[in-house]
Design a protein around this ligand. Structure first.
Ligand SMILES: Nc1ncnc2c1ncn2[C@@H]1O[C@H](COP(=O)(O)OP(=O)(O)O)[C@@H](O)[C@H]1O
Ligand SMILES: [Mg+2]
Length: 355
């Protein structure tokens, strides 16, 4: 560990530092010191080109939350001895420090509907607490991140200039994805509807970004690098995309992909417990759409990268991005086939909440 970084936070150079967690984006360490335990992170500079934007966003959100909800747990970056929340380590990029949330547990895979419920409640609570905060005052740390029309244009471009052999092998998948273009149209329609609100959204609602206590209750959300102005469908959609199926986007055996209805209900119940008064009727009607939006976008991003020779996601084996795209397209197909039943669940939960 860089002794200058440690010293910038007032730690002795022999303080205990061990790699921590299973995050894929940043590098994370646990520091055990005489002053207490901390999480040290080195930001991924390939992904985040403006660490200053991220630090500003987290600071603004942190200020608002601690002022308006003083009782909540929210790990705010610790200032270095010079007062900064981000330490510039030159060629090593930027580091930041968080208080370690004691006796917290992180899970990597959702195993029960109760876990899905807790996570949805946490992400819903985050957006609800920030409903009075001006989302537009935040930087867009990843411009165009969840811009579906943009992702579709990238897909079309890759069909024009991508690897011909890979285009050939993907013809069926490409046809399927083109046939789902109505999801882009729907996105364009809802986005221009005034009932569809720009909100503070997390944009990375995987289960490992929620801290749980030992009883399985959610403590808080973490990993705020992608907090930006956005739409609720991003957060709900990525939960649906990553919690509903028992297998992840990496699964090659597509017959294992399933839509687990109790998990869907748990996400609806958890999210609406926090957000039911906040969501407009128009947004609530788009709850089911949220899942297809994210599944479709992810399928498009994987196939686009495959056609572009894996420049963004990389690949550990030949055709990995094709497999991922097939996986997400399969998930989408199964999900769309259940749309009517999913809509009924949303209506049922809403009816019970207002009863
Ligand atoms: N304040 C914290 N207290 C306890 N554990 C934390 C804290 N912040 C991060 N972690 C742990 O470190 C892991 C990686 O952190 P995260 O911010 O999610 O990085 P990444 O962007 O790489 O996913 C988390 O999944 C969690 O296990
Ligand atoms: Mg994370």
């Amino acid at each position: 560990m860089n002794a200058r970084v440690l010293s910038a936070y007032g730690f002795p150079s022999d303080v205990s530092v061990t790699p921590h967690g299973s995050g894929l984006i940043n590098r994370t360490w646990l520091i055990r010191s005489a002053k207490g335990d901390y999480i040290l992170q080195q930001l991924n500079r390939q992904v985040f080109v403006r660490p200053d934007f991220i630090a500003e966003n987290i600071e603004l959100v942190g200020q608002y939350l601690t002022e308006h909800y003083p009782g909540i747990v929210f790990p705010r970056p610790v200032r270095a001895t010079g007062g900064e929340t981000l330490v510039d380590a030159g060629s090593e990029g930027h580091y930041r420090l968080y208080p370690f949330i004691d006796s917290s547990v992180t899970i990597d895979v959702v195993h029960t509907p109760a876990e899905a419920f807790e996570a949805a409640r946490q992400f819903g609570g985050f957006t609800r607490m920030l409903a009075g905060f001006d989302a537009k005052s935040l930087h867009e740390t990843l411009p165009g991140f969840h811009d579906l029309p943009l992702r579709y244009r990238d897909f079309r471009d890759a069909l024009g200039n991508g690897r011909p052999d890979r285009i050939q092998r993907s013809v069926q998948l490409i046809d399927y994805l083109k046939a789902q273009h109505h999801l882009v149209t729907e996105y364009a329609n809802i986005r221009t509807n005034p009932g569809f609100k720009l909100r503070v959204t997390h944009h990375d609602t995987k289960i490992s970004n929620v801290l749980f206590d030992r009883q399985g209750k959610g403590i808080c959300v973490i990993d705020l690098d992608t907090v930006m102005p956005g739409y609720f469908i991003s957060d709900v959609g990525d939960m649906l995309r990553t919690y509903l199926s028992p297998v992840s986007e990496e699964e090659k055996d597509l017959s294992l992909i399933r839509i687990r209805m109790p998990y869907f209900r748990a996400i609806v119940e958890g999210y609406l417990e926090e957000m039911s008064n906040e969501l407009t009727p128009m947004e609530t009607r788009s709850f089911v759409y949220a899942g297809s939006f994210m599944m479709y976008m992810q399928a498009l991003r994987f196939i686009t990268d495959y056609l572009r020779n894996d420049v963004y996601y990389g690949s550990k084996y030949e055709d990995q991005n094709f497999v991922r795209a097939m996986n997400q397209a399969t998930l989408l197909r199964l999900y769309l086939a259940k749309s009517a039943r999913l809509q009924n669940i949303v209506r049922d939960v809403v009816a019970k909440m207002t009863a």
